[in-house]
Write a protein that binds this ligand. Sequence first.
Ligand code: PHE
Length: 445
Amino acid sequence: MSRAVFCRVSWAPCLRLGPRIFSARISSIVPPSKTHIEVLGQQFPVDDYTNITPAITSKTALKLHLQPSHPLSTLRGLIESAYPDFTHASSMSPLVTPFKNFDELSFPADHPGRAVTDSYYVNRNMMLRTHTSAHEVEMFKKGETKWLLTADVYRRDEIDASHYPIFHQVEGARIFDTDANGLKEVEEDNARLSSLLAQANIIIEDIPHISPTNPVQHDHDPVFSELVAKNLKLSLNNLILKVFGAASNISKEQPLRVRWIEAYFPFTSPSFEVEVFFQGKWLEILGCGVIRQATLDTAGVQNKIGWAFGLGLERIAMVLFSIPDIRLFWSQDPRFLSQFEDGKINVFQPYSKYPSCFKDVSFWVPKDFELHENDFCDLVRDTAGDLVEDVKRIDHFVHPKTNRTSLCYRVNYRSMDRSLSNEEINHVQSQVISRLKEQFGVEIR
Ligand code: PHE
């Protein structure tokens, strides 16, 4: 049965994958002879939490969001242009402490995002950030009051055309003084943003800024909190109009549709999610809310109130540029890269679709051992790199007599830039099988 796990733009519950492991690792990805691993030129001692694979480490320095003319960079630029008077940061290291990623933001000790099955740990004291919110306290500590921060973020996940363990987010935040000047600032900005929207072809389905199930924080003035939540919504509605307006023909007859949904995040209240109706589908694009006062207190910021949002870039870029597979963002193929120009949103022309090659592997899992799907996916990704397009579990049963668990996974291999020979795939698949036996002690059926 599926259990509640968390979506990638928002940590919102969605139904996917199996149980989480919070304690020490269930198996070792690092060979016992290795005492240290290198990430971004630094050496780190390994321990029972270490689960970062070379496939991931090799991508930590790439910063696609800063590569000129890359679609992710163009989208970053478009978003930044909607906030011209904000500070724009985009080169923070992805290495953060779990304290910074979670504790500083009031995540409870048992939050699912902390599990080694869900996040990449260098060791117990260092991880790859799972979201750009990890830098909120740092930015506020520097005295920034209006800022955007774009960065690569990492979450262990299943493999398919829209899930990749690395993706990009833009975090935005703005804080106001809690005195009469701050109040005037937010009111004036709300008036300005409302008049911009009044002239636009946009339909907004909204919910109350504050509600009993999504409350104002007890240390906030409800009137101020309401105005700040309104400022957040107005600001994002204008941003969405700019981003989606750049790619589609919005008109009186075909207005842009946006809907606001109540959400929960440990570090904001009230909290919201936003979906945009684009090409016939509701697309979840961001999470946001009024910043929890504890975050500002930790940053040493006094007498301020404000908002923050976190927006996922890949999903938006996939629809804006018609990019059908998330792996393409990582392609070095000139047939991909040469199609894009800095600052321009154009439709991607697929250069070809090479054939798929499916390989199944069935095995018995050792007794008293739980093989998490993310562990299987990371092993395949680390062996086959971006040749793997999709991994599906096609069978799972427990033998009635022996009580042993049997699993069968179907791996879809397909290259984005060439035809694969059966020989090559057989070789990769046999490596997957030997690593499965070695790392998890499974018995192939
Ligand atoms: N960091 C959240 C996520 O990745 C999004 C978010 C950012 C929510 C800022 C609220 C405020 O899911």
